[in-house]
Design a protein around this ligand. Structure first.
Ligand code: HPA
Length: 236
């Protein structure tokens, strides 16, 4: 049952998986939000834990950073472990003045500067989108909880340290809300496998104000994002 990157055995991965870039954040989520959890993978220190949230079996694990890494983990989860739903919980840098540190972004779609979609030999540009039922649930939960939540397009970039410090303004002019590095691969893998995916982001920095997150803001945004993700998971 195991793959080159995941040693979890059959039945050890739930149908719904929360993925964080950082495997230690997955550990934190298991320790703070799950009951009766157990470690099911530690290959490359990419920890995966499976446990219960409000009686629902949920797995939480790491995706690593960037499209190639997310591409590997999400593909194996959907294909080898027959996972139905992946919810990415991550951070993003916003491109918009009205979006503040600690706000939540639901990525309705993901643009990219990566060539991940070139494998399909399309004669056009693929628009990677979230599953609408997950998106709708996320927006509803955020609204009911009075979280500041924005829904829209993000950029899944291959580049963290861009040579052109103003590159992002062109994306911002097209209404892109924020930058992160994984959702494009996640949404494409969900589509090609006939499965569901959603990215929920907590804004950790702003390219407009150059502000970065204080540990307190990071924690609040993180808690709101986790609440939305776990509530959606419990309804799957
Ligand atoms: N760039 C890319 N990914 C990110 C950023 C960023 O500024 N902030 C959080 N994730």
């Amino acid at each position: 049952m195991s793959t080159a990157h995941n040693r979890a055995q059959e039945g050890e991965i739930a149908k719904v998986v929360l993925l964080c870039g950082d495997p230690l954040r997955a550990k934190f989520i298991a320790e703070n939000y799950l009951e009766n959890y157990k470690l099911v993978n530690s290959v490359r220190n990419m920890y995966y834990y499976t446990g219960f949230y409000k009686g629902k079996l949920v797995t939480v694990g790491g995706s690593g950073m960037g499209i190639p890494s997310m591409g590997i983990y999400s593909y194996e989860l959907y294909n080898h472990y027959d996972v139905d739903t992946i919810i990415r919980v991550g951070t993003a840098g916003t491109y918009k003045e009205n979006i503040k540190i600690g706000d939540i972004i639901l990525a309705a779609g993901a643009c990219s500067n990566s060539n991940y979609a070139s494998q399909f030999n399309l004669n056009g540009t693929y628009s990677a989108i979230a599953d609408f039922s997950l998106l709708e649930k996320g927006a509803k939960i955020a609204k009911e909880s009075n979280f500041v939540c924005h829904v829209g397009n993000v950029l899944s970039s291959d580049i963290f340290y861009d040579d052109d410090v103003n590159y992002w303004k062109k994306w911002a002019n097209l209404g892109v809300l924020a930058v992160e590095m994984e959702s494009y691969a996640l949404y494409i893998n969900a589509a090609r496998c006939g499965k569901k995916a959603l990215t929920i982001l907590s804004v950790s920095d702003s390219l407009v104000s150059k502000e970065e997150t204080s540990s307190e803001q990071r924690q609040t945004g993180f808690k709101d994002m986790m609440y939305i993700a776990l509530e959606i998971a419990s309804e799957q």
